[in-house]
Structures are given as C-alpha cells and as structure tokens.
Design a protein around this ligand. Structure first.
Ligand code: ISE
Length: 335
C-alpha cells in the first residue's frame, strides 16, 4: 500500500521532509502541499506533481490525502492537528505539538474522542541510533540507575527573530523530550539559570541559558542551550549511572589526520546532524500508517514537553526560581 501524504507548511523543514519522502524513503508519495502562501505551496508541490492549496482545510479534506505532515510554526499547529484527527487521518506534527498546554489538552481530548492514537510528534531524536543505545544500556541495568544527565545543545547561530523564549520552547524542548524518553519518567520541576551572555548574539537575546530539571525519581538534568557558538551544530549528552556513564557518540563519519591536526568535520544544522534519525522517524511512521498503527511520540509526550517548557518560561520570567511542572493524570489511553 502506498501512503498518500499531504504536507502543511512549505518552509525549509517542510521541504526537507518532501525531499526525504521522495528520495530516501519507500511506501509513500506526496499528493498535496498547503501553505498560506499559495506560491510557496505551488513551488514545493510542483517537482512531485502534487496539488497545491492555499488553505490547510482543503488539504486535510482531500480524499487523495491519507496522512498529513505538519511543518508550520508551533503557534498554529493545534487547529490543524485537531482537524486531521476529526478527519480520521494520521498526522506527524513537527515539534512543538502546540505552544500552550490548553491546546495540547484539546488535541488529546479530540484524539480520545476519535478512539485511536493518530498523532505523532516530530521528536526525531527518539529515532537516533546513539540515544537509543544509551537507553538500552541504561535499561539493561548493569550500571545501576541514572542519577544525572548532562546535555549541551549548541547551534552555530540563530536569526534575529529568534527570541529568548525560543531557547526553551524551540531548542531545549528536544532535551526535555529525549530525557523523558531516556529515563522513562516525567520531569517534575525546572529552573533556568542565565550565565554571562555572549557578545555574539542579538542584543535582545539571553544566550546562553542553562535549564536545570528534576525528574520524579530525583535524576538531575542540566542542559546548556548556547545558540550563537559559531563553530557548529553540536549536541552532547552524558548519562551518569551509579557505576558507569554513557555518552552520545560524536557526529563524524570519517576522521581526518594531517598537518592541521586530528579532526572531523562538524554538522552545521539539525537537518544534517539528525538526517538519519529524521529518515528513520518518517519511514517508521509511513510503515505504521500502512498497518493502521501509531508510532513514535504521542500527544501525551507533546503535552508533557509543553508543560515543562511552560515551567521553564515561568522560571525565566521570575529570576530563575524553581518551578513545579503541573501535569494532569495520564489518561489510560496513553498508557
Ligand atoms: C530548531 O527548530 C530545531 O529543532 C533544532 O534541532 C534546534 O537545534 C534549533 O535550536 C531549533 O531552532
């Protein structure tokens, strides 16, 4: 069965997904692209012979669209996710699921009403080989339980419209999700520290930040978010257990040794650093849709991440105080 995919949002991320679906993956074709900028939709759709729409409603209701990918801005995700659920179709929505807890709750309600899990949130790190090996090592129990996770999320630069809030809701949200995934438990409190700011930033930005979080069992997570480091897109993660540590492998495929040193090239964006993880995530989603099954992170994961983000933003706005994360009881539907 070939899954007919419709994409909402013809920006850079959306186009990267079209290319991967067409060039790298199997089992799916792109039948439609929607964007409020119809010209952008047309130019993205044209190479695939897909239809172009100026509204998401037309795409969601198109009988030639079996499943939907949403790659618009987080703020506008919720109404489209809910409409896709109501149309009974599967949706892979880029992170964040929504930018408010209320919208995430509305999505979960709609999904429970539909009676089956239809929403996958684009937390692609869950499909990264390195993180999965770390999880296997922790879960094997040979080194005892986890006590600490040290994370570093470094970007070469960000655009002028990127805000300090985005350091948490757009950037640190990846560590929030992957730490929940690795540890298999919820984050219960967050504090945001604001070290000396780099001079290589736009003046409105508080860069770097350190997000310090605690989980239900007391594991302490520290996440350095540093988005104007200029040299590379660099993601680090070290999990400390009682009698051993495991560190995420570095990003090289080859290593060069010459008169300039012993080195490897560094990735410059999440699209190249997590290319394989994105491909695995999308292939696994396409295969699952064909089997009429859910895969990857759920609406609950999207909701929990947004709740932690909210607590982080509260801390940021209030002098770095520790803020408790407030979560509803997990519905059995998401168990
Ligand atoms: C971007 O949206 C991402 O998802 C990247 O993984 C992250 O590194 C970057 O900071 C975000 O803006």
């Amino acid at each position: 069965m070939t899954i007919r995919i419709g994409l909402i949002g013809a920006g850079g991320m959306g186009r990267a997904h079209l290319t991967r679906i067409h060039d790298d993956l199997s089992g799916a074709v792109i039948t439609a692209v929607a964007d409020i900028n119809l010209e952008a939709a047309k130019s993205a759709a044209e190479p695939y012979g897909a239809k172009a729409y100026g509204t998401s409603d037309e795409l969601i209701n198109d009988p030639e669209v079996d499943a939907v990918v949403i790659a618009t801005f987080g703020k506008v995700h919720a109404p489209d996710v809910i409409k896709v659920i109501e149309a009974g179709k599967y949706v892979l929505c880029e992170k964040p699921l929504a930018t408010t807890v209320e919208d995430c709750l509305r999505i979960m309600e709609a999904e429970q009403e539909a009676g089956k899990k239809l929403v996958t949130v684009g937390f692609m790190r869950r499909f990264d080989t390195g993180y999965n090996e770390m999880k296997q090592i922790l879960d094997a129990g040979e080194h005892g339980y986890a006590t600490l996770v040290h994370c570093r999320h470094r970007n070469p630069s960000v655009s002028e419209n990127y805000t300090t809030r985005n350091m948490i809701d757009d950037t640190a949200i990846h560590e929030i999700d992957i730490c929940r995934y690795l540890l298999g438990e919820e984050i219960v409190s967050v504090r945001v520290d604001t070290p000396r700011a780099t001079s290589h930033r736009f003046a409105h930005l508080q860069d770097p930040l350190v997000l310090v979080a605690k989980t239900e069992s007391g594991v302490l997570i520290d996440d350095e978010v540093n988005v104007n480091l200029h040299f590379a897109y660099s993601i680090e993660c070290e999990l400390v257990m009682e009698t051993g540590t495991v560190r995420l492998g570095d990003q090289e495929t080859v290593h060069i040794r010459d008169g300039f040193g012993n080195r490897n090239a560094m990735c410059q964006s999440h699209i190249d650093r997590f290319q394989a993880a994105f491909n695995r995530e999308f292939q696994s989603w396409i295969n699952a849709v064909a089997r009429d099954e859910h895969t990857g992170s759920s609406s609950w994961d999207g909701y929990a991440a947004t709740a932690v983000v909210d607590a982080g933003l509260d801390s940021l706005d209030n002098g770095g105080r520790e803020v408790a994360v407030s979560l509803i009881d997990k519905p059995a539907f998401y168990a």
